[in-house]
Design a protein around this ligand. Structure first.
Ligand code: SAH
Length: 428
């Protein structure tokens, strides 16, 4: 989501005549787009922000913009006081405070600059920054902003505001404009992307939206993330199964395998419901890959409860598990009312146990690709000089070639596989 938000800001600034620069010390404007989902992310953001202070002292004309979840949707006087050298504070997904500040700084009349403000808003008129034009193969489109769920551990609803689906015509216009600028793959984003349209009776479902996006020429692949288990309808699964440009890859976090923990997390489903869902996804989408998110060491999580998570991963053999150690976030229900009582070493131990398990599962799944030929969309030349791409199931595939494979969708024979990636040869 932050990559998409940053792209939007870069796009707005290029439209105003700014260019990107490789070094922070050469910049007139620095935007720090932040994540605070875990303490480690927040620490990183604060460290980075503090490192910018000397630049501002050296060059008082420098504009520093702090953006994203560290700021949040409400005015944040504590933050303003703590970082007086920050010129502009912007909520997530919103380039307007910065655009306004820069226009005012240039002494321009905001009334006359309607085009700029209109452009900066999410109306689908997205111009890719110069270095991305005809270069960016895969891009993100936020379709649901904010989140109104109340998972007890999660800070996102407090920082990104209430759930709001974007109008379908804006999303279609944005996808079309990306296609016109060379983008081949779009990934639709939402904290709970399968809730798309549920906040507005005039909007289609996520399945309906993707069926419309499917008609856009130039867009060859459509992905979406992240889904919540409770909102994965059969209509959505059938749409993914039937429409060839919609990739057979589902990101659907379980967070924990134990029903009591799920209840205290307020996730709204049980272990067995999740297992049934995985079965249904596999029945309706042939060859599907499935990714999940897990939090270990949630307040009160016992060894036996953790074992339920282990057993679930061991039984279901999902393709990917994004693992996190529980991190109490200020203002959330779990931070206010539950003691963070699983010691850090124990969180790490559970993390590593799951990591080892999942590494074995992934290696085994990837082994099944050996000798098979699969379509790969190439996105980038890696530092080692190999081309990097993704299979339909979102597997990382590397291939050697002297030709320019950027944006090419090619058949690749898999010749080597490991737990995190595969190597292949371009098929004749
Ligand atoms: N909205 C999405 C994912 C957003 S955050 C969803 O609900 O699935 C990405 C992941 O960060 C979450 O899935 C969760 O596993 C993790 N996460 C969120 N809050 C956390 C916390 N307080 N401590 C540790 N991990 C957390």
């Amino acid at each position: 989501m932050n990559v998409a938000d940053s792209l939007r800001v870069a796009s707005a600034l290029e439209k105003m005549g700014y260019e990107d620069t490789a070094k922070a010390k050469d910049a007139d404007v620095i935007i720090l787009n932040t994540c605070v989902v875990r303490q480690s992310a927040e620490d990183k953001a604060i460290g980075r922000l503090s490192s910018l202070r000397p630049l501002k002292t050296e060059n008082p004309n420098l504009v520093i913009n702090l953006m994203g979840c560290m700021v949040g949707v409400k005015d944040n006087p504590v933050l303003r006081k703590r970082f007086p050298y920050v010129d502009v504070f912007s909520p997530p997904s919103d380039p307007l405070p910065l655009v306004r500040h820069l226009l005012e700084k240039e002494g321009r009349d905001l009334e006359l600059d309607e085009t700029f403000t209109r452009f900066a808003m999410m109306d689908g008129d997205l111009l890719l920054p110069a270095h991305d034009k005809n270069n960016l193969v895969s891009s993100f489109i936020p379709v649901v902003l904010g989140c109104s769920h109340a998972c007890t551990y999660c800070i996102i609803p407090y920082r990104r505001g209430i759930e709001k689906s974007r109008p379908p015509q804006d999303i279609l216009a944005e996808a079309q404009s990306m296609a016109d600028q060379g983008v081949k793959e779009i990934t639709l984003l939402g904290q709970i992307v399968d809730r798309y349209g549920k906040d507005n009776p005039d909007y289609p479902t996520l399945g309906g939206l993707m069926r419309r996006l499917h008609t856009i020429q130039g867009i060859e692949r459509i992905r979406f993330l992240t889904s919540h288990p409770s909102y994965m309808t059969e209509e959505l699964l059938d749409t993914v199964g039937e429409f060839p440009k919609i990739m057979p890859h589902i990101e659907v976090p379980i967070q924990a395998g134990n029903d009591e923990v799920l209840e205290t997390m307020r996730r709204g489903y049980t272990n067995s419901q999740y297992r049934e869902l995985v079965q249904k996804i596999r029945e309706r989408i042939p060859g599907v890959s499935i990714a999940t998110d897990i939090i270990v060491g949630f307040p009160g999580e016992t060894e036996a409860q953790f074992q339920d998570t282990y057993d679930l991963l061991s039984d279901l053999k999902l393709d990917v598990a994004h693992l996190a150690r529980y991190s109490p976030r200020e203002g959330t229900v779990s931070a206010r009312r539950m003691e963070d009582n699983v010691p850090d070493e124990e969180k790490w131990r559970r993390f590593r146990v799951l990591e080892d398990l999942q590494e074995g599962i992934a290696a085994q799944i990837h082994n099944g690709y050996l000798g098979k030929t699969v379509p790969v969309l190439f996105e980038e030349k890696s530092k080692k000089g190999r081309w990097r791409g993704r299979s339909e199931t979102n597997k990382l595939v590397f291939a050697e070639s002297d030709e320019n494979l950027l944006g090419k969708l090619l058949q690749v024979e898999i010749t080597w596989s490991g737990p995190w990636s595969m190597l292949g040869q371009i098929a004749a």
